[in-house]
Design a protein. Sequence first.
Length: 91
Amino acid sequence: LSRYMLNSSPLNHQTQESSRESNITSASFAPMGSIIYGAKSKGDETSKLVSEAIKAGFRHIATGGFHFEYDEAGVGEGWKNSGVPRHELYI
């Protein structure tokens, strides 16, 4: 997972808590995590990597861009496998 993570990662408890308690919101007032995990170009590992990222504390999963660069089904499967309720995530 580490080779796919952004420069900042929520590896300690304090950072995980702060990302969950983020005051950042979308235009529709949906809560957004302050640290973003990009799901672009993960291929067959998308589900596993997204699940690991969510379990590590990421709450904002970036999936925008061209549809052929993302495995949308893999992102959904990764979220479901993470055990984190959907309302706690910004995807």
